[in-house]
Design a protein around this ligand. Structure first.
Ligand SMILES: Cc1ncc(COP(=O)(O)O)c(C=O)c1O
Length: 372
């Protein structure tokens, strides 16, 4: 069956008790047990698991072509749980353009937790090979990356990681399983901030990991979640599940609109460059075309001018909303370096856009008047 059909039906199985065609939300924190404490209903306590979260996890595993999935309260909680699950002394090789808070997670916490890390450019895979001459437990990639939209060849990265005995995690939040399924390309774990496209309406925070197999690492991460407790709430699980059912259709419009906006921006005299993997001019275009079915709803561009001029463009929009985050139905715009703050590596002239579901002509008209 095709992705659109699977995603539309997954997790929406008719409720056996009532016949309801929308999933129930189970808010209970605790479940009836047998006298000896065993779980004859399959659940015990909501931090350890609950039926709405289980429905979401089954749906996510199916649409990412994975064996197991774990839902969390945020994308960061999902990523942190993987790091916390590694044995003391483990080494992780991160891409230098991973979502900036993962680099904060490395810099501010990993050494304290007895873990080692190295942050390298993954634009050149020779650099990754060199970094893996020293043993590593995990390679952490992100493609397309936030906010520079760099693209990494997942198949190549997976084979490099495998040869070095490391697992590969790919943060695929910008692409979603509608456009890219890293587990099919050899990755071991996919990370999604479900706050973004999977939720899809800027009204739910969440994260998820999907594992290619029921590996030791999966079991360790499950243990971390049960004990440390970064679980997804039943209501948030339900909202993400609802988002999954319209994901394929929404992504189609996000992609069409982003392509139109990127193509228009590329010709604008005030724009120095556009970062969108759908453009033939993007250095990762060929790789993106080989591993994604379309190029996503995120783009960034650099103004031919100063930091102040970039901020003035962001100030002048009328339809785009000035806000961070991404993946909702409404278009958002931000001066990315200001959002990331001190220590950012993002160019000061870069503007990031999450292209929504409005009519593309209205989005282009707004950018046209803002660029002046
Ligand atoms: C690519 C990417 N990964 C992970 C995250 C973290 O997700 P959350 O904000 O749900 O913790 C974000 C958040 O913006 C992101 O853009």
């Amino acid at each position: 069956m095709n992705f659109e059909t699977i995603a539309t039906h997954i997790g929406g199985e008719v409720d056996e008790e009532t016949g309801a065609i929308a999933p129930p939300i189970h808010l209970a924190t605790t479940y009836e047990l047998a006298p000896d404490g065993s779980q004859f209903h399959g659940y015990r306590y909501s931090r350890e698991g609950n039926p709405t979260q289980s429905r979401l996890e089954a749906a996510l595993a199916a649409i990412e072509s994975g064996a197991r999935s774990l839902a969390f309260g945020s994308g960061m909680a999902a990523g942190a749980a993987v790091i916390q699950a590694l044995p003391a002394g483990s080494r992780v090789v991160f891409t230098d353009d991973s979502y900036y808070a993962f680099r904060l997670l490395a810099g501010d916490f990993m050494t304290r937790w007895g873990l080692e890390y190295e942050i390298v450019s993954m634009r050149d895979l020779e650099i990754v090979r060199a970094a893996l001459r020293k043993p590593a437990a995990l390679v952490w990639g992100e493609t397309p990356s936030n906010p520079l939209m760099n693209v990494v060849d997942i198949r190549e990265l997976a084979s490099i990681a495998r040869a070095a005995g490391a697992s590969l995690l790919v943060d695929s939040t910008f692409a979603t399983p509608a456009l890219q399924r890293p587990l099919e390309l050899g990755a071991d774990i996919v990370l999604q901030s479900t706050t973004k496209y999977l939720g899809g309406h800027s009204d739910v925070g969440g994260g998820a990991l999907v594992f290619g197999s029921e590996s030791d690492l999966y079991r360790q991460v499950l243990h971390v979640r049960r004990v440390i407790g970064g679980v997804a709430s039943p209501f948030n699980s339900w909202l993400v599940l609802r988002g999954v059912r319209s994901l394929a259709a929404r992504m189609r419009v996000h992609c069409e609109n982003a392509m139109a906006v990127a193509t228009w921006l590329e010709k604008h005299p005030r724009v120095r460059c556009v970062h969108y993997p759908g453009l033939a001019s993007h250095p990762g275009h060929a790789i993106a075309a080989s591993q994604m079915s379309a190029f996503g709803g995120m783009l960034s561009f650099e103004i031919a001018g100063s930091r102040e001029e970039a901020i003035a463009v962001v100030a002048a929009v009328k339809l785009f909303v000035r806000a961070t985050s991404l993946g909702g139905v409404e278009s958002l715009i931000e001066h990315r370096a200001s959002i990331e703050g001190k220590g950012t590596t993002v160019p000061e002239t870069l503007i990031r856009c999450s292209i929504g579901l409005e009519h593309q002509r209205d989005l282009i008209a707004d950018l046209e008047q803002a660029l002046g």
